[in-house]
Write a protein that binds this ligand. Structure first.
Ligand code: AMP
Length: 282
C-alpha cells in the first residue's frame, strides 16, 4: 500500500492506473477509522480496481470553538486498517499541502448548507464542499464513497456534483451501528461511560420514529414527536434539532412523500451526535 503526503505523487499513481484503464475509487475520511469507515472501504474495494483512502483532518470544516484541536487521531492504526482492507493507497496530506498560505478559493452549496446541522455549524459544509472538491480533483476517481451517517453531507455533495458537472459517481453507504444501536462515530470516543449509555436516546428516538413510519404514519409532526419525546426523557441529552425534509432541497415537509430525510442532532455533554433515517425505508 502506498502512503502519499503530496499531491503530485497521487496524480502520478492514479494517472498510471488510468492508462491501464483501471477503475479508481476514493474514500474520503478524517481518520480515527472505525467499522463505519471500513464499510465504505470494503464497498469501494469490491466495486473498483483501485482504492484510495484519504485521511485528512480538514481544518476548513471546523468552526471556531469546535473540536479540531481535540479530534482523535491514530495514524498507525488507520494505516494498518486501510492496508488490511486492501486499500491501494492512503493520501494523508498536511494542512499546508491542501491549503498553502495563498489559498483563497471557496466552494459552497449555500441553501442546503444553512439548514439542519448547518444551522448550528455555519462554516461546516462549506469546508466539506471545498475539501471534497479538492480531493476529487486530485484523485479524479470514477466513484467516491460516503456514509449516510452524514446524510446532509451526502445530499449537499450530490447537488455539488450535479451543479458543477463533476465526472464522478457518488455512492451512498448505509449507517453502521454498535450492537445497541448507536451510530459509529469517531466522536463517540469523547463520551464518558454514563454519556455513552445516555447517548442511546438519539438512535432510540429515531428507531421509534422509524417504527411509526413502518406502521404507515406519514405525518412529520407525529414522526418527529417520537424523536423529541425520547430525547426529552433523557436528562443528560439536549436536542439540537429533529426535522423531516425532502432530500432534493432539504426543505421541511409536512408529510413523508417521495425521498425524505428524518434527521436529528443532540448534545451529550460537550459532544454533538447526529443520526437519521431515509424514507422510503429500506
Ligand atoms: P469522517 O471521518 O467522520 O469524515 O467520515 C468519513 C466517511 O465515513 C463519511 O462519508 C462518513 O459519512 C462515513 N461514516 C462515518 N461514520 C459512519 C457510520 N457509522 N456508518 C457509515 N458511514 C460512516
Amino acid at each position: 500500500m502506498e502512503i502519499l503526503r503530496e499531491i503530485r505523487p497521487v496524480r502520478d499513481l492514479v494517472g498510471g492506473w488510468k492508462r491501464e484503464d483501471k477503475s479508481v475509487a476514493l474514500v474520503p475520511t478524517m481518520g480515527y477509522l472505525h467499522e463505519g469507515h471500513a464499510s465504505l472501504i470494503k464497498k469501494a474495494r469490491a466495486d473498483n480496481d483501485k482504492v484510495v483512502v484519504s485521511v485528512f483532518l480538514n481544518p476548513a470544516q471546523f468552526g471556531p470553538g469546535e473540536d479540531l484541536a481535540t479530534y482523535p487521531r491514530d495514524w498507525d492504526r488507520d494505516a494498518a486498517l486501510c492496508e488490511s482492507l486492501g486499500a491501494d493507497a492512503v493520501f494523508s496530506p498536511e494542512p499546508a499541502v491542501m491549503y498553502p498560505p495563498s489559498f483563497e478559493a471557496e466552494v459552497s452549496v449555500p441553501a442546503l448548507s444553512r439548514v439542519l446541522c448547518g444551522a448550528s455549524r455555519p462554516v461546516h459544509f462549506k469546508g466539506v464542499c471545498l475539501v471534497v472538491t479538492k480531493l476529487l480533483n486530485i484523485v479524479s476517481p470514477r466513484r467516491a464513497y460516503f456514509g449516510l451517517k452524514d446524510a446532509q453531507q451526502f445530499f449537499i455533495l450530490r447537488r455539488l456534483a450535479r451543479d458543477l458537472d463533476l465526472d464522478v459517481e457518488l455512492v451512498p453507504c448505509p449507517i453502521v451501528r454498535e450492537p445497541d444501536g448507536l451510530a459509529l462515530s469517531s466522536r463517540n470516543s469523547y463520551l464518558s461511560p454514563v454519556e455513552r449509555t445516555a447517548a442511546l436516546a438519539l438512535s432510540q428516538g429515531l428507531f421509534a420514529a422509524r417504527r411509526l413510519v413502518a406502521d404507515g404514519e406519514t405525518g412529520a409532526r407525529e414522526i418527529l414527536e417520537a424523536v423529541v419525546r425520547t430525547i426529552a426523557a433523557e436528562p443528560l441529552a439536549r436536542l439540537d434539532y429533529a426535522q423531516a425534509v425532502e432530500t432534493a432541497t432539504l426543505r421541511p415537509v409536512a408529510r413523508l412523500e417521495g425521498e425524505c430525510l428524518v434527521a436529528a442532532a443532540m448534545w451529550m455533554g460537550r459532544t454533538r451526535l447526529i443520526d437519521n433515517f431515509i424514507h422510503p425505508l429500506e
